[in-house]
Design a protein around this ligand. Sequence first.
Ligand SMILES: Nc1ncnc2c1ncn2[C@@H]1O[C@H](COP(=O)(O)OP(=O)(O)OP(=O)(O)O)[C@@H](O)[C@H]1O
Ligand SMILES: Cc1ncsc1CCO
Length: 277
Amino acid sequence: MIKQLENQLKSVRDATKREQPLIHCITNPISIHGCANMILAVGARPMMAEHPMEVEGITKTAGALMLNLGNITDVRIESMKCSARTAAKEGIPVLLDLVGVSCSKIRMELAMELIEKGKIQILKGNISELLAIAGQPFHGTGIDAGAEDAMTGDNEEERKEIFRRVSKKTGSVLLATGAKDLLVDQNRCLILENGVPELSGITGSGCMVGALSAAFLAQRDPFVAALLGTSVMGIAGEIAAKRSTGPGSFQMELLDAVAGLTQEELEARIRIREIGI
Ligand SMILES: Nc1ncnc2c1ncn2[C@@H]1O[C@H](COP(=O)(O)OP(=O)(O)OP(=O)(O)O)[C@@H](O)[C@H]1O
Ligand SMILES: Cc1ncsc1CCO
């Protein structure tokens, strides 16, 4: 499966650069700039728009829609519901980033409504947020995952089953980020092992994984899009950590590394482990 996936990664990256899809993002103002730059760095076109009276028309023309719950306001709630409805009607793929559902009832209720009424292709969050959505015990506080929830060799099998059930119920691919990332759909489960701790030392690295995955999602293979978004970020993080001296230069080097990542480098550095279903 891994070899076959490598070919798919190449074709999705090439198509993104060739077709330059418009990626409509309704997201938080903390990392909005970083997300737009990441989308540009892989050849797609970001459009950050959130006025309730314009989002329907913008979503209609997009290759993919990213909804990020990181900074909820009444206006964003209204726009997200409108865009999710439009995307479902028009068959436009959607990534939902569950930022903060583990600390906020309003975000959890909104996420549940978007999942039930919309059609979400990628459900993404840190591991605590995904456990919360699955109705499992979790230890995250604020927007951070709890250390107790981290992926270990011992809990991989159990987590795979939990998230596979959610995937079956929702039809979504699930991406849980952390030091090790877990990617699950109804038939496959991968552990993604690229990345460096420096990625959690800058704000919005998770949001940027969402933005990259949404850019690749325009090619309509949610599993490959999430795999690619996460691996590109993890590998670029490894490269940037070597070239930088602190979080400021790391952030700058990270963007350069995403934009400059060659297919040869990606294939040489990608670390994926399959867990049998
Ligand atoms: N300690 C670590 N070692 C390796 N990779 C890491 C580590 N921490 C985070 N990452 C990587 O950083 C990226 C972001 O994941 P993380 O779970 O930190 O997001 P997040 O908590 O949602 O971030 P934010 O809320 O700041 O947007 C992922 O690609 C993940 O693999
Ligand atoms: C710091 C912060 N607060 C809400 S969203 C966000 C950016 C990372 O998710």
